[in-house]
Design a protein around this ligand. Structure first.
Ligand SMILES: O=C(O)[C@@H](CO)OP(=O)(O)O
Length: 248
């Protein structure tokens, strides 16, 4: 039996509110994000989608979103696994930069290449930058060459897929309902993989904050319904358009 996968992007963060590129910078949810996480939990509860296990990144906006949502669903007690492989894409030298200013400085084409192209990474972050993570203890066991200086979506897919196969797939194969609480771009990587979306088409896909996306999978781990199903489809459409328009 194959279980159910639920992808949940963290709620609005303090830097989403300020319109700053975030990446691996460990910012918290703002009040709106906490409310979105509660709403995410309510949607899970109303739909009867009760996670048996949760996988999160090692960033607090995803961790807190999962805790708030699971508290609402009375599933705060389920096993938790965390990995840097579920982190947001590392935004390189753009981390901490204002999206609107970046758009104005570099123009629409370059801005969108950095934000949404499959294989163009942003410029690398420098070791001394206040927004770098080279000395962060949570990545201390990563070999230096595995610590990103910047990532494009392709890089995210390469580092996220081992986690998919090694940690998430076994839970699904065991028939569990698996919650993955992560980020706009790490979840785009999983959706690209699940729905076999082309390198070109993935640039148009945006994941809204705080709205659970449910996938029921067949025995080959292919979605029964392409694109899955947002538990609040109308809100998801509107919120995804808002993500697409950031910087404008
Ligand atoms: O700043 C970021 O880390 C991400 C997600 O908030 O931004 P974008 O949607 O522009 O890729």
């Amino acid at each position: 039996m194959t279980g159910t996968l639920v992808l949940l992007r963290h709620g609005n963060s303090e830097w989403n509110a300020k319109n700053l590129f975030t990446g691996w910078v460990d910012v918290d949810l703002d009040a709106k994000g906490e409310a979105e996480a509660r709403r995410g939990g309510e949607l899970l509860k109303e739909s009867g989608v009760l996670p048996d296990v949760v996988h999160t990144s090692v960033l607090r906006r995803a961790i807190r979103t999962s805790e708030i949502a699971l508290h609402i669903t009375d599933r705060h007690w389920i096993p938790v696994k965390r990995s840097w492989r579920l982190n947001e894409r590392h935004y390189g030298a753009l981390q901490g930069k204002d999206k609107k200013q970046t758009l104005e400085t570099y123009g629409e084409e370059q801005f969108m290449l950095w934000r949404r192209s499959y294989d163009v990474p942003p410029p690398p972050i420098e070791a001394g930058s206040e927004f770098a993570q080279f000395d962060d203890p949570r990545y201390a066991l990563l070999p230096p060459e595995a610590k990103p200086k910047a990532e494009c979506l392709k890089d995210v897919l390469v580092r996220a897929l081992p986690y998919w196969y090694d940690e998430i797939v076994p839970d699904l194969r065991a028939g569990k309902t698996v919650l993955v609480a992560a980020h706009g771009n790490s979840l785009r990587a999983f959706v690209k993989h699940l729905d076999s979306i082309s390198d070109e088409a993935i640039s148009k896909l945006n994941i809204p904050t705080g709205i659970p996306l449910r996938y029921d999978l067949d025995d080959d781990l292919r979605p029964l319904k392409p694109g899955g199903e947002y538990l609040d489809p109308e809100a998801a459409k509107e919120a995804a358009a808002a993500v697409a328009n950031q910087g404008r």
